[in-house]
Ligand binder design. Sequence first.
Ligand code: NAD
Length: 356
Amino acid sequence: MQNILVTGGAGFIGSNFVHFILAANPTVRVINLDALTYAGSLENLKGLPDENRHEFVQGDICDRSLVDRLLHEHEIDTVVHFAAESHVDRSIHGPDQFVQTNIVGTYTLLEACRQFWLKENFAQNRPVRFHHVSTDEVFGSLKPEDPPFREDTPYAPNSPYSASKAASDHLVRAYFHTYGLPVTISNCSNNYGPRQFPEKLIPLMILNALEGKPLPVYGDGNQIRDWLHVQDHCEAIYSILQDGKAGETYNIGGNNQPTNLEIIRQICALLDELRPESPYRPHFQLKQHVTDRPGHDRRYAMDIRKIERELGWKPRFELASGLRQTVEWYLDNSQWVSAIRQQQEYQAWLMKNYAA
Ligand code: NAD
């Protein structure tokens, strides 16, 4: 692992991964391909090492000639694929872009890697190592009595987002079984932590509460998610890159299952403590139940024993301390927040969601 092509490295998890891997491994070089959609920002890349170790390229993963050129010019040996449309609500309102980026984009990368191997690296038998970052949502929804998702749980995606991620997982798998491309897949639970775009639950609640805005809770708020700190996710991916077995998939999760309402309550309690002067205390009073999301999955839970057993990874953050660190990060990084909020797309999204 020397020259890594990271896709979506200006987004939430991708940028945390780029910061992480450049610090963790002084010999790697990262080429960061990101289209800078509404979810990506150069703000997320501030503080990275110079161009010798990190090069940012603005572009689309569906652009085959660009991907071909990057693989060739930078002698890429590893791809870590984060780029995606990632917000379930947006997939309900407009699935097109999800099919394009998540399915066609993943296919484009896989095919470019296969051709690069055949045409340029076959003699040395050095295929590109391809790691695909995916989600627990491909498994569908659990009933209260169901055991957590395992790697062999049948896929049952319920939203256009999860269906597009499921399709991409299948393509990645097929490139291993059909062509022998050395792929790995990770299916991870909900992430939280620094640099998450404020349309997602945790940053949305933090920032709305700080400004005394309503805290929208879908339905009864008793949907259950497994939450993982993004730093733990980055470490899990790194351990898969180092010791994961080609053709395998690994579940990643935080071993916790709070309801959305519990998460909101904890965030509000942290803000009550950290902002004692706030006129909006107790912040939990700002919660406002709104119509549930159509097809909203009720419960996700991850069985992570495989990655613990085979690769020795396990989450290091407790949910309570991870949430505290995250709330503190948003309080300390108001400049990042205002830069992200000034983006045109964010303004349009706010208008759509809060205009009424
Ligand atoms: P994000 O929306 O914050 O970032 C996605 C990034 O991809 C952005 O920087 C965006 O500009 C870029 N991008 C989008 N379309 C592109 C295209 N066509 N070409 C190039 N770049 C493009 O997403 P995230 O939350 O960081 O998620 C990253 C990956 O992790 C996704 O594949 C997602 O499915 C997966 N995942 C996310 C979570 C989570 O809780 N956020 C959990 C499990 C898995």
